[in-house]
Design a protein around this ligand. Structure first.
Ligand code: HDD
Length: 738
């Protein structure tokens, strides 16, 4: 490269673009791009300038970054080459340990806006001050897989929210399931060791379908309620924005009079709760392992922000013992029919992080990050978590100064006598780093509770020191039954199939049999259906019947159990995903195309989709322009129907060409099988006839087909309206070859 070429590639820096990121708190000192929402410390530290001259980490300008320093053109590399050594050594140390659980995650920035002050319940400013929104950073994760595993593994999803409040950071470190596997934190290492890949061969990755997991579960009946959730479609969400979030534990809110109220936190997605089916989840894991994180960042980029309402369930202190479940037991939920969820504010995720490592990887959540007016209950799982999070950040991020990392810094000012340690950035002035101190620049003053200082709720406690589990935690099956009873027929079928899949992968028969015994405690029909797939005898002489047959499906739908520990409820509507708000918003439609397809219909469809908040993507045999303004962005080879919520084929001669393409037929057949919306117009109706078996649904159950030109607009509207719905009961499903 001659000098002129070099200058063209690396333009000479001007004063305006030569600054680097610094640690000043003055936002005007940087040229951070315009952002929506509030500024938090991480924004102020954003390095926006990549056009300045290349330098080492101490600012020495670098003239040649392509060649190391050698003794002679073909000679050995010299130790003197400090440029080579700095670059390679920095690279050698780039990785930090991944999280011990929840290693794979994706995050976004946003804000929380409270609707109305909750001052009757709490003094927390974030829950009493409606005047301005609180900045938030939210990380979603899977639990068992490594950082490079797939998004759509069957797993709990972490739902960790960091609120940068004026009284310090408040973290709700929750999941998308309201209960947990175990009641006591002392069992957490066992649970995770059992769920993670088996230690001899490190198999399987990001999957619970293996012996050690089910061995532990089969010997841990308290996990059965959680198992019902995990085996339901809740553990394979359609997108992060279509999941509920739960704080899981019982917390306390404390008001200005010092009165405490028990509380559970919920995040209710505005788009409703929706899931994939297992077949899709497995395909997506291969076709697009980044499915969820891509969906979130694309949605935000397109202005389709993700939204949840914060919900609270509250319980008066004096009602602590009112129900037949213990509110300190994290394997139990509070049925919403008994204790309704009050929606108190809205969280909107509207900005993608700028740098995965600096923000999403380095963010550190902690259940002890609470603010005045919010406190803990004695839930033994929460108490153990309150120890674990700070501890894990120390080893993962390497120093107690991890709170100084930009993403972890509070907006509230920090002032104390803690000093030094590795990677300290703050430069504390003066001689005083102790209290009490009389010397100049004396220590920061304590803040009394009346001035807003944090005060632990003075709950009276007494009793002998004992290692026991309270008898009030004894009921392990009652709420598992409530969950089972509350499922619709198709939801029950999906649970059965998930258990059949998982347990059939367990190699040790005694573990499978022990699991069947546990399942019998939840529901005999459920256990029998699973036993059938495992080649085990029926348990109770109950007629087995395949869930695939109409009678079998009905029997399963009708199979109920007598509940306990559920406050007298036999079912709870809130537990089922059926009847959730739905529709096309946030959905993706595959539009199959070939040369000479009807472009006007695509224009009309895209317009209708846009209006409904959905998007359409063109899929053809190769990339390229279909018309002057319409681009084919995916090929049959690089995508899959599993990545879309619906499929549409316009009419025209091109639709007839698609008839000779097996790929197009598979696209339609699989979309039919997975119960998703299909729209075909004109000549494409014949394509659909070819793709589906005899007896399949046409013009009903989410399949829209219209040959008549004059009715195409209505057909498009009808198709768009059915995008986002699933039709589980389509005829001839067992004949579909896909
Ligand atoms: Fe945990 C991470 C949620 C029980 C110990 N946990 C972690 C994350 C979430 C949860 C969302 C990821 C945070 C992030 O995105 O960085 N954990 C839960 C929930 C639980 C739960 C909802 C039960 C109700 N966890 C739990 C127990 C323990 C831990 C009982 C230990 C006693 N969890 C950890 C951890 C992690 C973690 C080892 C790993 C990475 C991290 O903390 O920052 O400390």
């Amino acid at each position: 490269m001659n000098q002129q070429q070099k200058e063209a590639k690396y333009p000479v820096a001007t004063d305006a673009d030569s600054h680097r990121s610094t640690l000043t708190d003055d936002p005007s000192a940087h040229e951070a791009p315009a952002k929506s929402g509030h500024t938090i410390p991480v924004d102020k530290l954003l390095k926006t300038d990549n056009r300045s001259p290349l330098t080492t980490n101490v600012g020495q300008p670098i003239a040649d970054d392509q060649n190391s320093l050698r003794a002679g053109e073909r000679g050995p590399t010299l130790l003197e080459d400090f440029l080579l050594r700095e670059k390679i050594q920095h690279f050698d140390h780039e990785r930090i340990p991944e999280r011990i659980v929840h290693a794979r995650g994706a995050a976004a920035h946003g804000q929380f806006q409270l609707y109305k002050s909750l001052e009757e319940l709490t003094t927390a400013k974030v829950l009493t001050d409606t005047s301005s929104p609180t900045p938030v950073f939210v990380r979603f994760s899977t639990v068992a897989g490594s950082r490079g595993s797939a998004d759509t593994s069957r797993d709990v999803r972490g739902f960790a929210v960091k609120m940068y409040t004026p009284e310090g950071n408040w973290d709700i470190v929750g999941n998308n399931i309201p209960v947990f596997f175990i009641q006591d934190a002392i069992k957490f290492p066992d649970l995770i060791h059992a769920a993670k890949p088996e230690p001899d061969r490190e198999i399987p990755q990001a999957a619970t379908a293996h012996d050690t997991f089910w061995d532990f579960i089969s010997l841990t009946p308290e996990s059965m309620h959680m198992i019902m959730w995990i085996m339901s479609d809740r553990s394979i969400p359609r997108s992060f924005g279509m999941m509920e979030g739960f704080g899981v534990h019982t917390f306390r809110l404390i008001n200005a009079q010092g009165k405490s109220t028990f509380v559970k936190f919920h995040w209710k997605p505005v788009l409703g709760v929706h899931s994939l089916v297992w077949d899709e989840a497995q395909q997506i894991a291969g076709k697009d392992p980044d499915f969820h994180r891509r969906d979130m960042s694309d949605s935000i980029k397109e202005g389709n922000f993700l939204e949840w309402e914060l919900g609270i369930q509250t319980l008066a202190e004096e009602d602590e013992q009112k129900y037949d479940f213990d509110i300190l037991d994290a394997t139990k939920l509070w049925p919403e029919e008994l204790l309704p969820v009050r929606r108190v504010g809205k969280m909107t995720l509207n900005r993608n992080p700028d740098n995965y490592f600096a923000e999403t990887e380095q963010v550190a959540f902690n259940t002890t990050n609470v603010v005045p007016g919010i406190s803990f209950s004695n839930d033994p799982l929460l108490q153990g978590r309150n120890f674990s999070y700070l501890d894990t950040q120390l080893s993962r991020l390497g120093s107690p100064n991890f709170t100084e990392l930009p993403i972890n810094r509070p907006v509230a000012s920090v002032s104390n006598n803690q000093r030094d340690a590795q990677m300290r950035y703050t430069i504390d002035k003066g001689r005083v780093s102790y209290a009490p101190a009389s010397l100049d620049g004396h220590s920061p003053d304590e803040v009394t509770p009346s001035q807003g200082g944090y005060k632990t709720y003075p709950e009276p406690v007494s009793g002998p020191k004992v290692r026991v589990r309270s008898r009030t935690f004894d009921d392990h099956y009652g709420q598992a039954k409530l969950f089972w009873n509350s499922m619709s027929g198709p939801e029950k079928e999906h649970i059965v199939k998930a258990l059949q899949f998982e347990l059939s992968k367990v190699e040790t028969r005694s573990i499978r049999q022990r699991m069947l015994k546990n399942l019998q405690q939840v529901n005999k029909m459920l256990a029998d259906q699973v036993a059938a797939a495992l080649g085990e005898p029926e348990t109770d002489g109950l007629a087995r019947g395949s869930a695939d047959s109409v009678e079998g499906a009905q029997k399963l739908a009708d199979a109920m159990s007598e509940t306990t520990a559920s406050g007298g409820l036999q079912t709870s509507k809130a537990l089922s995903m059926e009847g959730q708000p739905g529709g096309p918003k946030g959905r993706k439609v595959a539009i199959l195309v070939a040369d000479n397809i009807d472009v006007d219909q695509i224009v009309a469809l895209k317009k209708a989709l846009k209006k409904a908040g959905a998007i359409g993507e063109l899929i053809g045999s190769s990339l390229g322009m279909l018309s002057e303004s319409m681009e084919i962005t995916k090929t049959f080879a690089n995508t899959s129907p599993a990545l879309f919520d619906a499929v549409f084929v316009p009419g025209g001669a091109g639709a007839s060409t698609l008839k000779s393409k097996g790929d197009a037929c598979v696209f339609l057949a699989q979309t039919y099988k997975h119960g998703k919306a299909i729209g075909v117009l004109g000549e494409a109706v014949e394509l659909l006839t070819k793709a589906l078996p005899e007896g399949a649904a046409f013009n009903k159950l989410g399949v829209v087909s219209e040959q008549n030109d004059s009715r195409q607009d209505q057909a498009i509207d009808q198709f768009v309206a059915s995008v986002g719905s699933r039709h589980w009961k389509r005829p001839a499903l067992e004949l579909v070859a896909a």
